[in-house]
Every structure is written in C-alpha cells, then in structure tokens.
Design a protein around this ligand. Structure first.
Ligand SMILES: *Cc1c(COP(=O)(O)O)cnc(C)c1O
Length: 220
C-alpha cells in the first residue's frame, strides 16, 4: 500500500516537473504538530527527516528523545515565537521560520551569539495584510530584511507565508516571491496540505505539509 507520505512526495515530484523544476529543489517539511511520537516514528522509519512543529514547548517534549534514535533530524519552527522562549527555541530547532518583528529578530541575534549556535532563519511575511495574522507587512519587508541581514547579521535563508484562508492562494505566493527576488533571497517556504502543488508552481522551495501526511488533527 502506498503511504500518505509517498503520495505527497510523488505529488511534489509531479508538480515540480510540471513547472520545469526538479523534485530535489523542493524540501518537504512534514508538520507533526499535535501528533504523538508513535505517529511520527513510522514517518521517520520511511526515511523522512525534516519536520515542522508550531510550539516550542511541545517540540522540546517530543524531539530530544526522538533525536537520540534519529540523529540527522532537521526541525523547523513554523509557529509564533515569544521573545522569552528564544533560548529554548534555538536549542530545540535547526531552522526558525517565523521571525516577524524587530524585537524577536534582536533577541535571536543576541541569544544565538551567547549560545554560540548559528541559527538558520526565515522571515514571515503577512502577505494578506491580515489584522490577526503574524508577519511583516509586505511594504515593510525590504527594510526588515535589511535590519535582519545587515545590522543583526542573522542567517536569513528566505521568506515564509501563510496566505488568507478561503482565497485563491497564488496571488499571495507571487507577493512572497517578488519580495524574495528583489532582495536576493533564494528560499520560499509556502504551501500546505491544501495548496502545496500551487505553491510549487509559484516557486516554493519548501512546502509545509501536515494533514496530508499524518491525517486530520484532533485539536488545532
Ligand atoms: C499546521 C501548519 C501547517 C500544515 O498544515 P496542513 O494543512 O495540516 O498541511 C503548515 N504551516 C503552518 C504554519 C502550520 O501552522
């Protein structure tokens, strides 16, 4: 039987080839938030190593033990980060995808220096300019990128977004790509279970897929 993971991977390959890209150019981040270890282990045993979690606390409960058995795991933080959890986040995650304000950027710069851990980061852009949503306003993106890269000397890999729910996502993916292109950033983290193929067509280099791999979550 084909696993859900295999299905997602072959969909990624097809979407990549349809837009003249290679499957190796697209990273699959398997979003394991809310899922217990016994549901994560089968995915690890199929050889997958890149995972996303949205809460520092939950990830630091689940992953240190899993990492002792699977050494080459790469863990991405894809949820909001409070400044007082930065130290724990840097110790738990390899990549922080959700830098969304100057105070947080400054805390990450300072604490990663103190801890002597070089932290790979993405800046989250509020592509739909939604009141309730985290992320930098698209109009402030260029100056914020410059603050992070030039002044704070953070290692910024690229940009991340979550488009508005219930709308055609492609125009929002394009906004993210435009900002990245004009700032010389290569990585675009965009696309979830419902729209990762569209995201790949729009230039995603990384898709964050939960439900399509693990099944529905019983709580958000
Ligand atoms: C939960 C979550 C995902 C995965 O969502 P699915 O619809 O389950 O694929 C992706 N990105 C972020 C930021 C999330 O919080």
């Amino acid at each position: 039987m084909t696993s859900k993971l295999e299905t997602v991977k072959s969909n990624i390959q097809a979407a990549a080839e349809n837009s003249g890209r290679k499957k190796q150019d697209i990273t699959l981040v398997a979003v394991s938030k809310t899922k217990p270890e016994e549901e994560i282990i089968p995915i690890l045993d199929q050889g997958h190593r890149i995972f996303g979690e949205n809460k520092v606390q939950e990830a630091s409960m689940k992953w240190p033990e899993l990492r002792t058995h699977y050494h080459d795991v790469e863990l991405h933080l894809i949820g909001p980060l409070q400044s007082n959890k930065v130290r724990q986040a840097i110790q738990t995650f390899d990549v922080i995808e959700t830098i969304d304000r100057p105070k947080l950027a400054r805390a990450i710069a300072r604490i990663s220096q103190e801890e002597k851990i070089s932290c790979q980061c993405y800046i989250q852009i509020n592509v739909g300019q939604e009141e309730q949503k985290a992320g930098i306003d698209p109009h402030e993106a260029d100056s914020f990128i410059s603050l992070c890269r030039d002044e704070l000397e953070l290692s910024i890999l690229g940009l991340m977004c979550i488009p508005p729910v219930g709308q055609e996502p492609k125009p929002y993916f394009s906004i993210l790509k435009e900002i990245a292109d004009r700032n010389g950033l290569e990585k675009l983290s965009m696309g979830m279970s419902s729209d990762y193929e569209d995201a790949i067509q729009s230039g995603a280099t990384s898709v964050r897929v939960g439900t399509a791999i693990f099944g529905a979550r019983s709580y958000p």
